[in-house]
Design a protein around this ligand. Structure first.
Ligand code: ADP
Ligand code: MG
Length: 450
């Protein structure tokens, strides 16, 4: 005879088992869950399975999706072993009034604290660099606790880890507001832990993270490194939730093995589910993100401008977004058309410094390129090769530094008309002479790092 059936020999019926389960739930103040679960009736015990009668298929599916885990965990507490439940539709079954507690809805219908409605799957741009992480996050949001538990997403800063974490929480909560979604960073977890110890509120702390939590989202888990006591607490939190089949999703800036000072047992827990990374976005992805955000901001962003920004900001989606917000704000105040020139002006402070090329670095690069001494660019010698190098350096200075003619002329110890005619000459050559065009392209690429 199996264990559950055995426990029923001494405790005679499915009814008894059921009553004890309801008691557990009442003790835990799971009022809202009870208002649903209480409508079932105990039918019988089959092997290791307690069979419950449900009024219809809709109700059965709902139970299956939302309360099976909780109920099986409760049943396991009552029988003290892993036990299963089955639901059977019994036509004409009426709700049982005596079992219905006052449906004090625990969820007040408000989004869980700290969960930011701004971060959703809808506004997350999926591309090569984040495809696996996004798909895994979707899977977890669709069946929390079943798919990939835990899900561990890692990657560099500003690449969308926090965004995905919120998106998971939002999706689960929006589908079922009774789901208790707890989001916080590992630093906040650490602080709450320390505070609870100091104020002797550990039971409350444990209730919050172990009992009153269906989905735990922990951001930037790398900050747990070297915090031994917090790690110990987190380890037990993790185990409790994991055993109950509650979803755990973690982000970090590195793989578990690399997090300094992370205990081995936590590391191995983090490795239990799926580990996936987010990489730096490609040029195409950066353009797509810019276009999506522009659309969202109601900003008309010409391709040329999107390309310019995407080329200037390469590593970080947060910076990409910041640049766009700035352009959008200044555009809406000034009504200036969104051109490359406008954008490079607006963003001059945020664009990486290598974009800001000065006359000296141009002179150095040009001298090296044509294998002439730097000083010769500032002299008057008319040797043809020297004159060409000098004119190219002036042209590039004008083009890349946006300095005025007199400013540039001073750096070459010439007067400004010399610079003007040099720039004109090289402009013309660029159009007519393929060899010169190639030289200029190469030099510009070197100087701007593109
Ligand atoms: P991380 O947590 O990895 O440092 P965040 O999730 O905070 O990065 O992302 C930084 C900013 O970039 C956020 O505003 C986020 O909405 C945005 N972002 C990142 N990746 C994407 C993406 N693929 N699609 C849309 N927005 C993104
Ligand atoms: Mg983050």
């Amino acid at each position: 005879m199996n264990a559950l059936a055995h426990s029923l020999v001494s405790t005679p019926s499915a009814e008894n088992l059921w009553e004890r389960m309801l008691d557990c739930l009442r003790q835990d103040k799971r009022d809202y869950a009870l208002s649903w679960i209480g409508r079932m009736q105990p039918l019988e015990v089959r092997e290791d399975t307690l069979v419950l009668a449900v009024p219809d298929r809709f109700y059965r599916d709902w139970m299956d999706n939302h309360y099976r885990k909780l109920m099986e965990a409760t049943l396991a507490r009552v029988t003290e072993q892993p036990s299963r439940l089955a639901f059977e539709v019994v036509a004409g079954m009426a709700p049982v009034p005596t079992l219905q507690p006052a449906p004090a809805v625990k969820s007040d219908g408000r989004r869980p604290p700290r969960l930011n409605a701004r971060f959703t799957f809808q506004n997350f741009v999926v591309a090569d660099s984040n495809q696996l992480a996004a798909a895994a996050a979707q899977a977890v949001a669709d069946s929390p606790g079943r798919a990939y538990n835990p899900l561990y997403v890692y990657g560099g800063t500003g690449l969308g880890k926090t965004h995905l974490l919120h998106a998971i929480g939002n999706k689960i909560w929006e589908r079922d507001p009774t789901q208790r979604v707890v989001y916080l960073s590992s630093e906040q977890f650490t602080n709450e832990y320390i505070e609870s110890v100091r104020e002797q509120r550990m039971p409350e702390f444990r209730r919050k993270f172990r009992d009153d939590c269906d989905v735990l989202l922990i951001d930037d888990v790398q900050f747990l490194g070297r915090k031994e006591e917090t790690q110990r607490e987190f380890f037990h939190t993790f185990n409790t939730l994991h055993e109950l089949g509650k979803a755990i999703i973690l982000t970090s800036d590195m793989v578990p093995a690399e997090v300094p000072g992370l205990e081995e047992r936590l590391r191995s827990r983090f490795n239990m589910g799926l580990i996936t990374d987010i990489q730096e976005p490609s040029f195409e992805t950066r353009v797509a993100i810019l276009q999506k955000k522009a659309q969202h901001e109601g900003l008309d962003l010409p391709d040329e401008v999107a390309h310019f920004i995407a080329r200037a900001i390469q590593k970080n989606v947060r910076e990409l977004e910041g640049a766009l917000v700035k352009v959008s704000a200044i555009h809406s105040l000034s009504r200036h058309p969104v051109t490359v020139e406008f954008v490079s002006h607006v963003l001059k402070d945020v664009l990486p410094t290598r974009q800001v090329v000065d006359v000296e670095s141009i002179q150095r690069e040009v001298a090296r390129y044509y294998k002439v001494p730097v000083e010769s660019l500032k002299e008057d010698r008319r040797h043809k090769a020297l004159a060409h190098a000098r004119q190219v350096a002036m042209y590039l200075s004008r083009k890349l530094t946006k300095g005025s003619f007199p400013e540039i002329a001073a750096r070459f110890s010439k007067d400004h008309s010399t610079v003007i005619s040099a720039v004109r000459k090289v402009e013309k050559l660029r159009e007519t002479d393929a060899g010169v065009k190639r030289e200029l392209d190469e030099l510009e690429a070197k100087l701007t790092g593109e």
